[in-house]
Design a protein around this ligand. Structure first.
Ligand code: PRP
Ligand code: GLN
Ligand code: SF4
Ligand code: MG
Length: 466
């Protein structure tokens, strides 16, 4: 395959992490931090560490706990690190595409970890065709390395400015040289990135996709990085860079719906509290006569609780989730996803038998989960099964790094509500409206909602849409 051949459609998320802790070993902290971000990508994991002289990288396919062990972590010596958990959006799901990516030349080394999806990668790739970096990956993220290599003589500040001007799409980046840690968020702030402070260390800092990783490494939130903002952390302290005019914030609304961990804080609110509110709003819009409310764990749980609270119905654990099976939506390939759903859930029969069951999930994408769950609930003796989805019907693909596929694969794209109900096999089906969902959010205009309404905030170049 040509090294710049992209997949026909994007997949899911990634998690990025950076730790700057002068005088302290950081590899174990990076390991804990990446573990906290595991839900953002389960395909590969990697950590790059600098001892001030050179950067060493260890990365492999697998979960964080599978990729690293005590010996590997002790060999990664240094007090500056970046890390990545990947779910592939551009390029194969293979070890060569695992991140962080490392570039070395006679001036030194630089490593990059990227969350997001670049929408003008092909154009940039053509322009930088002569610039060699690793030469192996077929990632969109390699663009950052190529630009770094091509403009090697520019200052860090100028380089970040160049990224912001040249690169279109979504990106939250952590970058490291031998002595500095850098963070950058795209001009629309589509992917999250926050800055934290290591509590017991005067000059120790963390950058992370989500606040849940800050706590895992003994840090506390300083603040979220703004759209179009860069941050450089080195021996001079922390400096922020805002020379590029940030655009309107357009955070991916799926961070609240599904992607982020429930205990993470985005825009001052825990994801859990927002999900609960989505559930309450869903109940206001669509109250259903039922006996018991259950959730499709994990992400649907807070919404189901909110729904039950609002309706005054009892919330019960009706489905047991096997904790050793990961997230099904982010698995590559439909067969893998179907198998994973089968292995992931089991019904707690006495909660279900003879009941009018109201089952709440956060989203309905391909319908892999809901079809099987409805069938399982019926087999377990449910009298009625009512499916409530705490986000609107998905009608358009995502080009910014989430596995919301082509309209052909989206259950809701070409079906009426009644047709979708028949497809999943429930007695009734209702979705939360886009208006209702936005109403719950403090700054409703500052979100990307393209997969629901087809309004794409960042240009998607024709060649990139596959
Ligand atoms: O309609 P589908 O194509 O099945 O996709 C939607 C489902 O996928 C996700 O769950 P997932 O198992 O990935 O993660 P979770 O454990 O966090 O809920 C999401 O929460 C829905 O349950
Ligand atoms: N999900 C992501 O953010 C992945 C980043 C990058 N596009 C990759 O495929 O590795
Ligand atoms: S299109 Fe949907 S999934 Fe993609 S960034 Fe926008 S809101 Fe998120
Ligand atoms: Mg789910």
């Amino acid at each position: 395959m040509c090294p710049w051949e992209f997949h026909d459609k994007p997949r899911d998320e990634c998690g990025v992490l950076g730790i700057y802790a002068p005088g302290n070993s950081v590899s174990l902290k990076a390991y804990y931090g990446l573990n906290a971000l595991q839900h953002r990508g389960e395909e590969s994991a990697g950590i790059a560490v600098s001892d001030g002289k050179q950067i060493r990288v260890h990365k492999k396919m697998g979960l964080v706990a599978e990729v690293f062990n005590k010996d590997i972590l002790s060999a990664l010596k240094g007090n500056l690190a970046i890390g990545h958990v990947r779910y592939s959006t551009s390029g194969d799901s293979s070890e060569v595409n695992a991140q962080p990516l490392l570039y070395k030349d006679d001036k030194g080394s630089v490593a990059v970890a990227h969350n997001g999806n670049i929408t003008n990668a092909r154009q940039l790739k053509k322009r930088l065709a002569q610039t060699r970096t690793s030469g192996y990956t077929n990632l969109d993220s390699e663009i950052f390395l190529r630009l770094l290599a091509y403009y090697r003589n520019l200052s860090l500040e100028k380089l970040l400015e160049l990224f912001l001007k040249e690169i279109s799409g979504s990106y939250s980046l952590v970058i490291m040289t031998e002595n500095s840690l850098i963070g950058l968020r795209d001009p629309y702030g589509m992917r999250p990135l926050c800055l934290g402070k290591l509590k017991e260390m005067e000059s120790g800092y963390i950058l992370a996709s989500e606040t849940c990783a800050l706590r895992a490494v003994g840090g506390e939130l300083v603040r979220e990085i703004d759209p179009g903002e860069g941050v450089i952390i080195d021996k001079n302290g922390v400096s922020f860079m805002r020379s590029f005019p940030g655009r309107c914030r357009r955070l991916c609304i799926f961070e609240y719906i599904y992607l982020a961990r429930s205990d993470s804080v985005i825009d001052g609110r825990t994801v859990n509290s927002v999900r609960r509110e989505f559930g309450r709003e869903l109940a206001r819009e669509h109250p259903v006569a039922g006996d018991v409310v259950i959730s499709i764990p994990e992400s649907g749980t807070a919404m189901a609780m909110g729904y039950a609270e609002q309706c005054g119905l009892p919330f019960r654990e009706g489905l047991l989730r096997n904790r050793y099976i990961g997230r099904t939506f982010i698995k590559p390939g439909q067969k893998n996803r179907e198998l994973a759903v089968k292995m992931k859930f089991n019904v707690i029969s006495d909660v279900i038998q003879g009941q009018r069951v109201v089952v709440v999930d956060d989203s309905l994408v391909r319908g892999t989960t809901s079809c099987q769950i409805v069938r399982m609930l019926r087999e377990a003796g449910a009298k009625e099964v009512h499916l409530l989805v705490a986000s609107p019907p998905l009608s358009s693909p995502c080009y910014y790094g989430i596995d919301i596929p082509s309209a052909a694969e989206l259950v809701a794209a070409h079906r009426t509500l009644e047709e979708i109900r028949q497809y999943v096999g429930s007695d009734s089906l209702q979705y939360l409206s886009l208006k209702g969902m936005l109403q719950v959010l403090r700054r409703p205009k500052e979100f990307c909602t393209a997969c629901f309404d087809g309004v794409y905030p960042v240009p998607v170049f024709e060649q990139e849409t596959g």
